[in-house]
Design a protein around this ligand. Structure first.
Ligand code: N2P
Length: 365
């Protein structure tokens, strides 16, 4: 009896060890990416094909991501900062160089994009492009027509001119809670350098934004997708693909809401979101497999077709929906490219000015 009990407990101890060992051997990758930025079937397919489980978290602000990265020990294996943030995070030692021998699909990348991302990550040693897009104006075509007498927005004036924005106050205006996107747009509208670090210039941008502040309902960087789609707001300063997702959600909801997107003629920011591996990532091999998988032409095309952003993968273009590939506000033509500017990372001193300015704008004081 005693012997049997011992034998049983030995067996269960063995089973426990085996099971624990089995779990320890499970491969995992912890991914931290922007919200509304992937077709989730891609994650399922990746797990099916590789056996690697994906723990997928989302954010909607570079500042939130940066705070976690600078604190260290985030536990993330793959993160997706925008180029201007990535650049200073590389300087801060937050990332590890990518082992390109583990990334054979890098040959699919598009030089038009890698040349631009090299500005943030020289030699593209630390990062691979995921998606890129613009900052522009999403709007409810009928409501804007009713309030302004035109259904065509082609200028930042509709937003930065207080007389114009006042007319849209009641139908609702949302703005990205993102100083590095909105302050450069204000500078551009004023005919100043969007990359200016001059406190005087930044003060002018602040003044311009404070004048329209009374007509802004909310600063938020992801809620505008549904708010536009539901007809709860009539204008959002937002990111291109998010506005297109709003447009598609509105079509699906069949409530008669029609959404437009404008790349204003004065100029709009073109940004690049880059996949990178933190220096202290716990699962580096899995992170590299994930990044390599995302560079498969069919996979990244599927992601673009779902999130409605352009990607930096040339070989994927044959799989990207024709309507998306031929839309100049997604894959800009030569004419549109001329209107686009990129932003540089803020140095610490300018960042403090920007942060202070932004707090004043958001709180309206
Ligand atoms: C995804 C928004 C990502 C664009 N919803 C900003 N980098």
């Amino acid at each position: 009896m005693i012997r049997k009990a011992l034998w049983l407990s030995a067996t269960s101890a063995f089973l426990t060890l085996f099971t624990v060992g089995g779990h320890a051997a499970d491969r995992v990758v912890n991914v931290f990416n922007w919200s509304d930025y992937i077709d989730s079937s891609i994650i399922d397919d990746f797990t099916k094909e590789t056996g690697i489980k994906v723990v997928y978290d989302t954010f909607d602000s570079n500042e939130i991501l940066e705070t976690k990265l600078l604190a260290g020990g985030s536990g993330y294996d793959v993160v997706v900062p925008s180029g201007n943030f990535l650049a200073r995070q590389i300087q801060a030692g937050v990332f590890q160089k990518l082992d390109k021998s583990k990334l054979p699909n890098i040959s699919n990348m598009w030089d038009t994009v890698t040349e631009r991302t090299a500005k943030y990550d020289p030699g593209n040693e630390y990062s691979v492009n995921y998606m890129w897009g613009t900052v522009g104006i999403g709007y409810n075509i009928k409501k804007v027509q009713a309030a302004l007498g035109t259904d065509k927005i082609d200028s930042w004036d509709v937003f930065f001119n207080p007389d114009s924005l006042a007319k849209l106050k009641d139908c609702g205006v949302y703005v990205l809670d993102s100083p590095a996107d909105i302050i450069p747009a204000a500078l551009k509208y004023l005919g100043l350098d969007p990359n200016s670090t001059s406190p005087d210039d930044i003060a002018k941008a602040e003044e311009t934004l404070l004048k329209v502040r009374p007509y802004i309902r909310k600063f938020h960087s992801s809620e505008y997708i549904n708010a536009l789609a539901n007809g709860d707001i009539c204008l959002a300063v937002g990111w291109s693909g998010d506005v297109f997702q709003a447009r598609n959600r509105a079509v699906e909801a069949k409530q008669g809401v029609e959404i437009g997107y404008s790349v204003p003629k004065e100029g709009a920011q073109m940004w690049f979101d880059q996949m990178a591996i933190p220096a202290d990532a716990p699962h580096v091999a899995e992170a590299l497999e994930f990044i390599n998988y995302m560079m498969k032409p069919e996979v990244i095309a599927k992601s673009s077709n779902y999130v409605l952003y352009a990607n930096g993968n040339k070989a994927s273009q044959q799989f990207v929906d024709k309507a998306l590939l031929e839309d100049p506000s997604v894959y800009p033509d030569a004419e549109t490219i001329k209107k686009l500017y990129t932003v540089s990372p803020y140095d610490p001193k300018t960042q403090r000015v920007i942060t202070r300015t932004w707090t004043k704008i958001v709180t309206g004081q």
